[in-house]
Ligand binder design. Structure first.
Ligand SMILES: Nc1nc2c(ncn2[C@@H]2O[C@H](COP(=O)(O)OP(=O)(O)OP(=O)(O)O)[C@@H](O)[C@H]2O)c(=O)[nH]1
Length: 359
């Protein structure tokens, strides 16, 4: 169904093991079909020298960061790969992995793919993979905003250096990343099994695997599934004649002034899609960079199954219908990962918006 080439963004803090992971992936059987773009800071690019299996389908973007100054280079690089392949200069590939610098904000990269009309027809964002250093990860998440954003935005988190970290360090890193991003699958880079299927076979933006991906991240959110049992931890809001509207579950991750927060909203009532879509685009427009991820299952009147929502910052993929619900719970559930925005404010504004349109 989906013919565009999937692009994976591989990010992670400085020295967290991106290049090492990339090397391991390229060494897999499936690695032969991967074209690589490596972005490095500094005039003398070195990273790509550590990746042994480099072929002609590797492009090194030097001397700048694709998330800030080199977005055009990213576009040009992708075009070069695609053109080269169609002219037979570059070996055929079926996936592109873009390794960012350690300080990159991965979200503008997603937008870069979107922003180029030509490219948009040929490539699509497949997923965002973030490496987290098991030894220093917990500390880096606390002290470096870049690290925190990289973790918050990810579809997959890969814990590296578990072979040299203490069990306490690993537990602490896992605990922190779960608080920042409970939806992402967490993998161990030193696991003897192939990471390939976990990283690539279920692809959150691919309609064919959407249902499996939704089930996977829902299962990681037990507090949403078992919401009614969570007395005291969520707030009911009553409107008019006591009708129940939006419930709000607050996970909360406290991080100084630029606090990143994960929280979810559930509503039992079918959601007015038009109203919700207007609210969402206004939100994304207003807060831009502060919206890291939004994932949701929406119960929209008239639809057989739920509508799946998946945004990376202002990159809102067209919502997709599933034929059936992944579980018995047919309420709308939306998970937000935001930075410096009050969950309370968002919840109130959504309630308000939905109620205006109902009247
Ligand atoms: N023991 C151990 N060392 C690792 C692991 N992953 C990476 N390293 C080492 O950590 C160092 C940094 O790894 P890289 O793969 O270069 O990290 P990176 O994220 O690409 O680094 P930058 O591009 O500089 O941000 C290297 O010396 C790697 O050999 C791991 O799982 N275990």
């Amino acid at each position: 169904m989906e013919e565009r080439i999937p692009v994976t963004v591989l990010t992670g803090f400085l020295g967290s093991g991106k290049t090492t992971l990339l090397q391991r992936l390229l060494n897999c059987e499936e690695g032969a079909g991967v074209a690589v773009m490596i972005n490095e800071l500094g005039e003398v690019a070195l990273d790509h020298l550590f990746v042994q299996k480099l072929t002609e389908s590797t492009i090194v973007l030097k001397n700048g960061c694709i998330c800030c100054t080199m977005r055009e280079d990213l576009q040009t690089g992708l075009r070069e790969l695609i053109d080269g392949c169609s002219r037979g200069i570059i070996a055929p590939f079926n996936r592109v992995v873009v390794e960012t610098t350690g300080l990159a904000d991965p979200t503008p990269i997603a937008q870069t793919l979107d922003g180029d009309l030509m490219l948009r027809r040929q490539v699509r964002l497949a997923n965002i993979i973030t490496t987290i250093d098991a030894v220093f990860g917990a500390e880096q998440l606390d002290t470096h905003e870049e690290s925190m954003r990289q973790a918050a935005i990810a579809d997959r988190l890969v814990l590296t250096k578990t072979d040299i970290a203490t069990p306490e360090q690993i537990a602490l890193a896992r605990d922190k990343i779960h608080k920042v991003n409970p939806m992402a699958m967490v993998l161990d880079s030193n696991s003897p099994e192939s990471l390939w299927p976990m990283l690539f076979d279920i692809d959150p933006f691919n309609p064919d695997t959407k249902s499996a991906e939704v089930q996977a991240w829902l299962s990681r959110l037990p507090h949403i599934k078992a919401a009614d049992a969570m007395h005291g931890e969520h707030h009911h809001h009553h409107h008019g004649e006591g009708e129940e509207h939006v419930h709000h579950y607050h996970e909360g991750y406290h991080h100084d002034e630029n606090e990143i927060q994960t929280f979810s909203i559930r509503t039992e009532k079918p959601l007015n899609w038009t109203a919700f879509a207007i609210w969402l685009s206004a939100l994304v427009h207003r807060y831009g960079k502060q919206i890291l991820r939004i994932k949701g299952l929406l119960n929209v009147p008239g639809a057989l199954g739920p509508v799946v929502l998946n945004t990376v910052q202002s990159h809102i993929t067209p919502p997709m219908h599933l034929d059936e619900w992944p579980d018995e719970d047919h309420s709308s559930r939306i998970v937000f990962i935001v930075q410096g925005i009050s969950p309370k404010m968002m919840q109130t504004s959504l309630e308000h918006f939905l109620s205006i349109l109902e009247d």
